[in-house]
Write a protein that binds this ligand. Structure first.
Ligand code: NAD
Length: 369
């Protein structure tokens, strides 16, 4: 018997609704595997999800001439959460900027959702120490961190900004409310982890960072159980290579987060392992990597990033914390037992397909439930 998760304000039971946007390149291939995992979750918990599929990116351009069709916007706004694959590819690279999958599709979607926080967890699995670009002796100490990047402020949006033949300029600005909001996200996350927040700024030089640091300190008073440290961004970039095991939750600004989260993305050795969540009017869950046109359509992409994005969705949007932990465990066990797609395999001969990897994770999930 199917169970439904929540009641609406009128007391009528409603099924949680997710917008599923597979997108371009490897998107549809890895999304298929994530939905297999969701099927296992539905079977085991009896919580049924309504999945509404939508078009985005290049495939939406091909079908409707629009990278973010009205129908897709509607589906997203009417859903409780959005699970996205990826967008883009060489086929659409020559279109005018606003018509391209990345700008007219993904960036437009992110803007519509008023996203303000990007959460990117990074974990280096013990059995994959060898594929990290860092030395074994560093990685073996355990890398398990999450970057919380502010998304709505900073030099990307501050006014005035401008460009002429002689001068280009941007305004780096933060206000109290924006910093408070993102800091709370980081402290709340830390409470479910190792309870350490490293706030990264450039408060020795930048006024916007001075405000950032003051407000983070104030927010920290509400979380006496979480340790707070401050680090300048230049030092943080270095410490991530020298002592990545030191970090638990990294809280940082839009521009510093943009750079540092890509630095952390290099640590596990494959983009195919990295999920992300962005919080806003509706939360968006998507792999950290792109549409990987070089391997698209070959059934060789790693579905783990998409499956872990699903786990983040279940935890953050639907409070299914235990279920998320189980999915993470199933992924880890499958990798430990040697199930690996090409990007993380010891050799091409030992690599398995996207669908076999998804099957292995589903099987593990069933076993450990
Ligand atoms: P990419 O992330 O798509 O690929 C970089 C490298 O990582 C490639 O070698 C790719 O094969 C590999 N990779 C990525 N995901 C993988 C997975 N799941 N399994 C195995 N290997 C994986 O970045 P790119 O090549 O710079 O961009 C390709 C396209 O994706 C471009 O059109 C770009 O604009 C777009 N893009 C989209 C997003 C998004 O949708 N969020 C993000 C970044 C790039």
């Amino acid at each position: 018997m199917a169970r439904i998760l929540s009641e609406n304000p009128q007391g009528v039971m409603v099924m949680p609704k997710i917008a599923v946007l597979p997108g371009d390149g490897i998107g549809p291939e890895v999304m298929r595997e994530a939905l297999k995992v969701l099927e296992v979750v539905e079977k085991k918990t009896s919580v049924m999800f309504e999945k509404v599929f939508g078009h985005i990116g290049g495939e939406a351009i091909d079908l409707f001439g629009d990278p973010l069709p009205e129908e897709t916007k509607k589906i997203c706004l009417e859903s409780d959460a959005i699970l996205l694959g990826s967008v883009g590819g060489p086929k659409w690279d020559d279109l005018p900027p606003q018509k391209r999958p990345e700008i007219g599709g993904l960036l437009a979607l992110r803007k519509m959702l008023n996203l303000y926080a990007n959460i990117r967890p990074i974990k280096v699995y013990k059995s994959l120490v060898k594929i990290s670009p860092l030395k074994d002796r560093i990685v073996e100490k355990g890398i398990d961190l999450v970057t919380v990047r502010e998304l709505s402020g900073d030099a990307y949006y501050g006014q005035p900004r401008g460009l002429d033949e002689e001068k280009g300029f941007d305004t780096m600005v933060y206000d109290r409310k924006t910093v408070e909001r993102i800091a709370k996200v980081a402290f709340e996350l830390a409470r479910n982890r190792r309870r350490r927040v490293t706030s990264v700024d450039k408060a020795n030089v930048l006024y916007s960072s001075m405000l950032w640091r003051n407000v983070v300190k104030e927010v920290a008073k509400g979380y006496p159980d979480v340790e707070l440290e401050h680090m300048y961004v230049d030092n943080a970039a270095m410490q991530l290579i020298l002592r990545p095991y030191h970090f638990d939750v990294i809280l940082t600004t839009n521009i510093f987060g943009d750079i540092l989260s890509d630095e952390t993305a290099a640590l596990p050795g494959s983009l195919g392992l990295l999920p992300s969540a962005s919080l806003g009017d509706k939360n968006l869950y998507e792999p950290a990597g792109g549409s990987a046109p070089d391997i698209a359509g070959k059934n060789i992409a790693n579905p783990v990033a998409q499956i872990l994005s699903l786990a983040m969705m279940l935890e953050i949007s639907f409070n299914m914390v235990e279920v998320a932990r189980k999915i993470e465990k199933a992924v880890e066990l499958a990798i430990e037992e040697g199930y690996r797609t090409r990007d993380i395999a010891e050799s091409e001969e030992k690599a398995i397909s996207t669908s076999k990897m998804g099957d292995a994770i589903c099987k593990k999930l069933e076993e450990i439930w």
